[in-house]
Design a protein around this ligand. Structure first.
Ligand code: SOE
Length: 378
């Protein structure tokens, strides 16, 4: 079986999720090439050595430039904080490597433009890990929209709700610093629901939004006395008009008490509706206006059958899958992209359009009123 050596830059949460995906992929899907877990990279040698051992990598590096220079690495996977995406991705593209980058692509629209331009010139395959596209229930929602079974789409309604930083004593991690993360809830989890809206309904023509930081100072270290300023949003909300004529509402927050990771959307069309909730990832709620009047109502589809994308590779119908499987599906389609030479969606250009919406929401929240994403920069 053909193989492609993978070099993973980063080894914390997303490093574990991506490592698991590379390990599981060839055990459940016929892939050609198959990923070979050549090396994982991190600046802390003790930490990355342990990660290589625990997560199943053949070797480790402590300098991403060394990783990229290796002849046995053909695919570079970037799961580091957003402020380092640009430099690592540009170096990997320059070296002629295929690239997958965690979301969002960059911390600014200008950075994203540089990365798209370099990707076009590299001729290699690229993608951004908006993994929720590859939940089977999301794929079914797309099928229903694309086949016209919901009719003319009128509404998109999405929330991505978390609550992990509600405690004011939660420390000032990198995600709460603009110079490292680019933005807060908006770019971290808002990016996911923007990408899902673009995947399912197409482009956004204008937005009007707001952003809020509830806790403005936090301890630099857990339990420490010294504090630092929070420079990103804790919550963001915006309205959108789609190019299709549909209207949308988006909300992303890390202060929704009790909502641990509730990524949910509803689409309303002239012939019906669908509703997805990551907390019930294997289900899609559907409603069709043509159902007989006496039995009309939302019904739950269990999206675990062989007729559903990806699901058949795992278990018999009804044996549900989870969050980590969306990463396996992402890597499956990436391997196919490398085989065919065609970047799997969302590629860097798709991710640039997401970045343009993030940028427009930030400009709107800064007093810009209704604001149009600047898609034309590429
Ligand atoms: C933190 O908000 C986070 O890990 C995001 O960065 C991921 O993209 C999301 O899938 C889960 O939550």
């Amino acid at each position: 079986m053909a193989e492609i050596g993978v070099g993973l830059v980063g080894y914390k949460f997303m490093g574990r999720a991506h490592s698991n995906a590379y390990r599981q992929l060839p055990r459940f899907f016929d892939v050609d090439p198959a990923p070979r877990m050549a090396a994982i990279c991190g600046r802390d040698e003790a930490g990355v050595r342990e990660a290589a051992d625990t997560l199943g990598w053949e070797s480790y590096e402590t300098d991403y430039r060394e990783l990229i220079a290796r002849d046995d690495v053909g695919l570079v996977d970037v799961v580091t904080p957003g402020n380092t995406h640009r430099e690592i991705v540009l170096a990997a593209l320059e070296a002629g490597k295929h690239v997958i980058c965690e979301k969002p692509l960059a911390n600014t629209l200008a950075e994203a433009k540089e990365m798209v331009t370099a990707a076009r010139e590299s001729g290699t395959v690229n993608t951004v890990c908006f993994n929720y596209r590859r939940a089977p229930a999301v794929q079914l929602a797309k099928k229903l929209v694309d086949e016209g079974r919901l009719g003319t789409i009128r509404h998109w309604r999405a929330t991505y709700l978390q609550d992990f930083i509600m405690d004011s004593q939660f420390p000032l991690i990198w995600r709460l610093k603009k110079e490292l993360a680019g933005s807060g809830a908006l770019g971290d989890i808002g990016a996911h629901i923007i990408d899902l809206s673009q995947f399912l309904l197409g482009g956004i023509s204008e937005v009007v939004g707001m952003m809020e930081t509830f806790v403005k100072e936090r301890p630099l270290e857990e339990g420490g006395a010294e504090t630092g300023e929070v420079t990103v949003d804790d919550a963001a909300a915006f309205l959108a008009r789609f190019e299709s004529g549909a209207v949308g509402t988006f909300e992303a927050t890390r202060f929704a008490a009790g909502r641990r990771n509730k990524n949910a959307f509803e689409i309303n069309g002239s012939k019906g509706s669908v509703a997805f909730d990551l907390e019930r990832m294997n289900e899609l709620e559907v409603f069709f206006v043509d159902d007989a009047a006496d039995v009309q109502g939302f019904r739950t589809v269990n999206v675990t059958g062989p007729e559903h994308p990806y699901a058949g590779a795992w278990w018999p119908p009804g044996h549900i899958i989870g969050y980590e499987h969306t990463f396996v599906h992402t890597m499956k389609d990436l391997m196919y992209g490398i085989k065919t030479g065609r970047s799997p969606a969302p590629d860097f250009e798709d991710a640039y359009r997401c970045q343009a919406v993030l940028d427009a929401v930030e400009r709107s929240a800064g007093g810009g009123g209704w604001t149009r994403p600047e898609y034309g920069g590429i």
